[in-house]
Ligand binder design. Structure first.
Ligand SMILES: Cc1cc2nc3c(=O)[nH]c(=O)nc-3n(C[C@H](O)[C@H](O)[C@H](O)COP(=O)(O)OP(=O)(O)OC[C@H]3O[C@@H](n4cnc5c(N)ncnc54)[C@H](O)[C@@H]3O)c2cc1C
Length: 395
């Protein structure tokens, strides 16, 4: 059987892999990207509700979780959000800031996939889909990659197979298995940026609120996010919940300030002074949707009586609950709906400048497979671009 020889093989035609391949190809390297899926960049196409939140104007290392929070600094500073924004602009792709620095395509996420495909085409990169990787071996000249489409030999091998979230989109544990095969430690993985599910007692009351969104400040393990929360028929979702899910471990409580810009006790005191005959539901209905007020009264056993009849203790309990609602999720929806995977290839085993394994010459790990996980808001794609760029300069 003939062997296809390449300078660089990139496994995974997602955000990081395609971007890295284009960089390496632009340096004159003979590059091929292999992917088992039918289509390239499937997560990009699904991302940002089909408009791809491709970066964040305020991206900085603090927006990333990792066992080593310093690891991402080098790559993020060498290829920044402004570099990628410049590239997007050079393709004439229209984009806008939705909120909090999050940049989305005006039109379609397909624009970003087209950009990556064009960059690869300009750099003479070959992209091969529907290719199963059967084995990877280290040899003196580099690596031998045996696939369903034939045998490859390469000097550099870049693993860009992402995390475990959304197996329907082609996610697999391949990257972690390769890391382990070559002796790199893999830190425990966990679904993140994922909706919470609730215990039956809470769910039976709150499921009725499915579809209601409120602005909150949600905190877990000393990290807080001020964004919207969405009640769903399974539990709690929306940006604030997805964000804190990355900091949550089973058994933890999530604290939710349901009135992050207003004082709940002032609201109640004001009603007691100016509208004492109004019922509690009417008073709270000034701030929250009616259905939500009814459910919270039921859930907490509050008396829905004229506010003047509430004792001081009752008023302060209501105010405290609204400002510090504590809920213990039952779990999360898991990898089926998670946007990302926490954990992964231990950064201690990689060079932060090149993403190459410290002990395996020519083997690189980039993107989500690495133990670097961004917040919601374009940070994960920025990590894919930055880490892909770093490896693409040397692979
Ligand atoms: C629904 C959804 C929406 C998202 N929205 C955003 C967003 O708007 N902004 C943002 O910053 N992040 C978003 N993310 C996260 C972002 O998509 C990922 O962090 C990013 O795609 C990771 O890039 P990657 O190249 O490392 O991996 P991926 O993009 O996941 O690419 C991995 C590639 O490897 C291939 N592969 C896997 N296993 C194998 C194997 N065994 N053999 C061969 N090929 C294999 C896959 O088919 C895939 O093409 C979203 C994620 C999801 C699931």
């Amino acid at each position: 059987m003939s062997v296809i020889k390449r300078d660089v093989i990139v496994i995974g035609a997602g955000a990081a892999g395609l971007f890295c391949a284009a960089q390496a190809g632009a340096r004159g390297r003979n590059v091929e990207v292999l992917d088992h899926a039918k289509k390239i960049g499937r997560k990009i196409l699904m991302s940002g509700g089909g408009r791809c939140n491709f970066t964040n104007m305020y991206a900085e290392p603090d927006n990333f979780l990792s066992n080593n929070p310093h690891f991402c600094k080098s790559a993020l500073s060498r290829y920044t959000q402004w570099d990628f924004i410049g590239l997007v602009a050079s393709y004439g792709i229209a984009y806008h800031e939705k909120t909090l620095g999050q940049l989305f395509c005006d039109d379609s996420a397909k624009d970003i996939v087209n950009l990556l495909e064009s960059e690869c085409a300009k750099a003479d990169v070959t992209i091969t889909t529907r290719c199963e990787i059967l084995s990877v071996e280290k040899v003196a000249s580099g690596f031998v990659v045996n696939t369903s489409l034939g045998m490859y030999e390469c000097k550099s091998l870049v693993i860009a197979t992402g995390g475990l979230s959304m197996p329907k989109l082609g996610a697999s544990p391949f990257g972690y298995q390769i890391a382990e095969k070559f002796g790199l430690p893999v830190l425990p993985t966990r679904a993140a940026l994922v909706p919470f599910t609730l215990h039956e007692k809470d769910k039976s009351v709150l499921a009725e609120l499915s579809g209601i969104a409120v602005d909150v400040a949600a905190s877990c393990n000393n990290t807080s996010f001020k964004e919207a929360m969405l009640f769903t028929h399974r539990g709690l979702s929306g940006p604030s919940m997805l964000q804190v899910s990355s900091y949550w471990t089973p058994g933890d409580e999530v604290e939710i300030n349901l009135m992050p810009t207003q004082s709940a006790s002032e609201l109640i005191e004001d009603a007691r002074t100016n509208n004492p005959d109004a019922q509690l539901a009417t008073c709270l209905g000034k701030v929250f949707p009616k259905r939500m007020v009814q459910s919270f009264i039921e859930l907490n056993g509050w008396r829905n009586v004229p506010v003047k009849q509430l004792s001081h203790a009752e008023c302060s309990e209501i105010a405290d609950t609204l400002q510090e609602w504590k809920i213990k999720p039952n779990g999360t929806e898991g990898y089926r709906t998670a946007e990302v995977t926490l954990g992964g290839v231990d950064t201690d085993a990689l060079s932060s400048k090149t993403m190459m394994a410290k002990d395996v010459d020519g083997l690189y790990f980039i993107g989500e497979v690495v133990d670097v996980t961004g917040w919601l808001g374009g940070f994960n794609f920025q990590w894919a671009w930055s880490s892909g760029w770093a490896a693409g300069q040397v692979a």
